[in-house]
Design a protein around this ligand. Structure first.
Ligand code: GLA
Length: 397
């Protein structure tokens, strides 16, 4: 398990932090309630969600806590344990645009729920948790789903889990303005312990796939955080869109890049800009790999699943160009470690973490090797953790 798992103790500490921040009752009209939503890793299907492809994420037991208490007016105050930057909004005069601050995510959720929140009270809210920001573990979906889950409960809106997922997704896309795909809020909102989520982003059909017993999922964090990641991510979305526009002429039935046959790319790709061609190749081959990986998992063949992960990393490095030397190093070490089936970068890339699938018996050797080798190369230790899959969003005691 991770060094710091989600426990009642963390939730209790978060409640204490709430009381320190807002006082025991000042301005409040009710009890403090606390909610939690996990982060996620993606094992297969990198950069496929916004191309209509399949993905295979798993929720991890690191995530976001939201403690909140109703007020007697219509003001919402948002604060976080990780910075002094706070935000205040009036439910009757909500902001029309984002402000480039962490609070855009929960504000986007509030704005998305306003029509349903008529007559509901304002709130004092404190965010916290143990999910690193910008590490590719979906801290943004975690904060959005946690916020929507909490508001639904406290305002008694009666939303279904899928509606909560949808509110979280729209907050990020429409309010914050990231052209993200659907994977992250689904992975967080539909989490099931010990399972991966199989999600087909073309029609949003999904199911849970169990992880083979005796298999561990490890996350290794390079510590690299890229300020430019959002711009680079949006650029990849645009490049894939450009490739699709040009290729669809030769595949008139295709409704998204995922549906363009690979042989159309082989035959017609020469007319594309080389960068767009490489992006499209990654997408179409990754679609195939992800289906193969799913078949391998269903057949209990974890070694074959792992090989698809390694191929995916090579493709992300060479064709999609979203890796960095620190990620490549972690994957190369994992590749050479006995008992490790597969490794690749997770999330959008440009830094952040690798995800690894290995025999549980190899955990300690794996961790030692990764730390030793990475430290020799970069002079600092990567954080390595093992996860079993989180049960998903919930109210904590
Ligand atoms: C980011 C986005 C996701 C997905 C991944 C890449 O995490 O938020 O929607 O596109 O990158 O697979």
């Amino acid at each position: 398990m991770g060094t710091e798992v989600v426990t009642d103790e963390l939730a209790a500490r978060h409640r204490e932090a709430f009381t320190q921040r807002y006082g025991s009752a000042a301005g409040g009209s009710g009890a403090v309630r606390c909610f939690y939503a996990p982060g996620r890793v993606n094992l297969m299907g990198a950069h496929l969600d916004y191309n209509g492809g399949p993905v295979l994420p798993m929720a991890i037991d690191r995530g976001t806590f939201v403690a909140l208490r109703a007020r007697t007016d219509r003001t919402i105050r948002l604060a976080t344990t990780s910075s002094d930057e706070t935000c205040e909004l009036d439910l009757d005069h909500p902001p029309a645009a984002s402000s480039d601050r962490w609070s855009d995510y929960p504000v986007g959720v509030v704005v998305g729920l306003l029509e349903r929140a008529e007559g509901r009270p304002g709130l004092d809210v404190l965010f916290g948790g143990n999910l690193p920001v910008g590490a590719g573990l979906s801290s943004s979906a975690s904060i959005c789903v946690a916020t929507a889950w909490a508001l639904d409960a406290v305002w008694e809106l009666g939303l279904q889990p899928m509606q909560i997922v949808d509110v979280a997704l729209r907050a990020e896309r429409e309010f914050v303005g990231v052209q993200c795909g659907i994977m992250d809020p689904y992975a967080v909102g539909l989490a099931r312990p010990g399972h991966l989520l199989w999600l087909d982003c073309r029609d949003t059909s999904w199911s849970h796939l169990p992880l083979e017993p005796g298999t561990s999922v490890a996350v290794a964090d390079t510590g690299v955080r890229r300020e430019l990641a959002r711009g680079e991510f949006n650029l990849r979305v645009a490049q894939c869109g450009e490739a699709f526009e040009q290729l669809r002429v030769h595949a008139p039935e295709a409704t998204c890049l995922r549906e363009v046959p690979l042989d159309v790319l082989e035959a017609e790709g020469h007319a594309l800009d080389p960068v767009a061609r490489a992006r499209a190749r990654h997408v179409l081959e990754e679609v195939q790999r992800t289906f193969e990986a799913r078949a391998a998992l269903l057949a209990g063949d974890v070694a074959s699943f792992g090989r698809r992960m390694l191929d995916a990393h090579d493709s992300l490095r060479d064709l999609f160009e979203v890796s960095v030397p620190e990620l490549d190093r972690l994957v190369d070490t994992a590749r050479e470690t006995p008992g490790v089936h597969g490794a690749r970068l997770t999330g959008a890339g440009f830094g952040g973490c690798t995800v690894n699938v290995l025999e549980s018996a190899a955990e300690s050797e794996f961790e030692q090797r990764l730390v030793r080798d990475f430290e020799a190369a970069f002079g600092r230790r990567p954080r390595v953790e093992f996860f079993e899959g989180d049960p998903g969003p919930r109210e904590t005691p």
